[in-house]
Ligand binder design. Structure first.
Ligand code: NIG
Ligand code: FE
Length: 407
């Protein structure tokens, strides 16, 4: 089946970041065959179907490369405490935070976790997201971590979205390992990770993540987890430098991590290391906003060292309650001073690279997947401009129209 998508204005988000207006894309069986200016369409092209887009903007389907969208319960009471002065770290040290969501998530059945998580995924899909990363990390015991990963996979088969999973057992220390963080890390490395990595149909783990922070795991412990992941051939990513600088980016860079996420407390040195290792820096401005953080990530240094920048929702019940990549895009521009082009590449090409999917997703080029978002906007500058308003009017996944919204 060949489809011609025409009368669009197209931002390819590929290496050359081409804009075609009016542009057209030809897709065949879910793959892009040709993209370019409408008048250059090869003569004799005979599509089976033509979709006219009336001058609307067409971009790659968005990629949300950092979410914790599978969880049970909520932490509104913690938010209330923080708005009256308590800190995220204080609440975590008292046994709240991630461990509180762990209790709710352990108690939930697999089916109920799917049902709780579905509306959050749907909210992202309505915004043009066609690829989403989903982490475990609220199970913190083998079975509950496996349950979260199975839920993530099920969401990917039940909805028109590509799901990339990250195993994040090193998110917080579960109470049964109290005072024994090194033993917990040993258990992850020598038992849980190899067992989960062997799972097939579905395979459960696409990458391994950890939280490197003084309230979580040390850089030495993350280094061990990454070595274990590497020996199983799994790529790694890291949450780090969110609340303090404990050297996480350096560890991530040494292991050639796909991404390093948060980075408010990173400095020039970390930016240089990430630049050398080709690691994507993932900006999470919703968490910055919700935690009322004051320290800005070192954008100038990251740019100067050629670090690709991504932007993600961080959807989670603690630091980023909600499920909006468009809001994250707006906040990346307003709070972090990213340009509209940086933000667009941050939710397309660079976000796909952060998931190791650069060839298939996040840009429109011959051979890439036909994942598109269509926008009822006059200019691309409107992406990340609107606050609490969604201008996405069509979503195309693997060549099929999966959503149309009257805008
Ligand atoms: O990305 N920083 C660690 N993980 C999450 C927060 C998780 C939670 O508070 O439940 C984050 O901000
Ligand atoms: Fe996170």
């Amino acid at each position: 089946m060949r489809t011609l998508w025409r009368k669009a204005r197209i931002a390819t988000c590929d290496e050359r970041m081409q804009v075609h207006a009016p542009g057209a894309v030809l897709t065949r069986d879910g793959i892009v065959e040709w993209v370019g200016a409408e008048q250059e369409l090869p003569a004799g092209t005979r599509p089976d179907r033509t979709v006219e887009l009336a001058g609307r903007w067409l971009t790659p389907g968005l990629v949300d490369c950092h979410t914790h969208l599978v969880f049970a319960g909520q932490r509104a009471a913690e938010f209330a405490r923080r708005t009256s002065g308590s800190s995220y770290a204080e609440i975590a040290r008292e046994g709240g935070g991630i461990v509180s969501t762990m209790r709710a998530t352990r108690a939930a059945t697999e089916d109920s976790l799917v049902e709780h998580s579905r509306p959050r995924l749907q909210s992202l899909l309505h915004e043009g997201v066609t690829t989403v990363e989903i982490k475990s990390g609220y199970g913190l015991e083998f079975e509950a971590e496996a349950k979260m990963l199975r839920v993530a996979r099920r969401l990917g088969t039940e909805h028109p979205v590509t799901v990339s999973t990250s195993f994040l057992a090193a998110h917080a220390l579960p109470p049964e390992f109290g005072g024994r963080a090194d033993e917990y890390v040993d258990t992850i490395c020598s038992d849980w990770l190899p067992r989960l990595a062997r799972e097939r149909e579905p395979a459960l783990v696409d990458a391994v993540d950890a939280y490197c922070e003084d309230i979580a795991f040390s850089s030495a412990q993350c280094d061990r987890i990454f070595a274990a992941a590497g020996s199983l051939g799994l790529p790694v990513r890291l949450h780090t430098e969110q609340l303090s600088n404990v050297g996480g980016s350096q560890v991530a860079a040494r292991h050639r991590a796909l991404s390093c996420d948060h980075l408010e407390y990173a400095s020039e040195q970390e930016a240089a290391a990430l630049g050398r290792s080709g690691t994507v820096a993932v900006m999470l401005p919703v968490a910055f906003y919700v935690l009322a953080e004051k320290q800005l990530p070192p954008l100038q240094a990251l740019r100067a060292h050629g670090v690709p920048l991504a932007v993600a929702s961080d959807c989670n019940p603690g630091s980023a309650p909600g499920a909006s990549l468009l809001l994250a895009m707006n906040m990346a521009r307003r709070l972090f001073g990213m340009t509209s082009e940086e933000v667009l590449l941050g939710v397309t090409r660079h976000a796909a690279r952060a998931l190791g999917l650069a060839r298939q997703r996040g840009s429109i080029a011959p051979g890439s997947a036909a994942d598109f978002a269509v926008w009822s906007v006059d200019t691309l500058d409107e992406l990340g401009y609107w606050v609490g308003f969604n201008p996405c009017s069509m979503v195309v996944k693997d060549g099929a129209i999966v959503l149309e919204r009257p805008i």
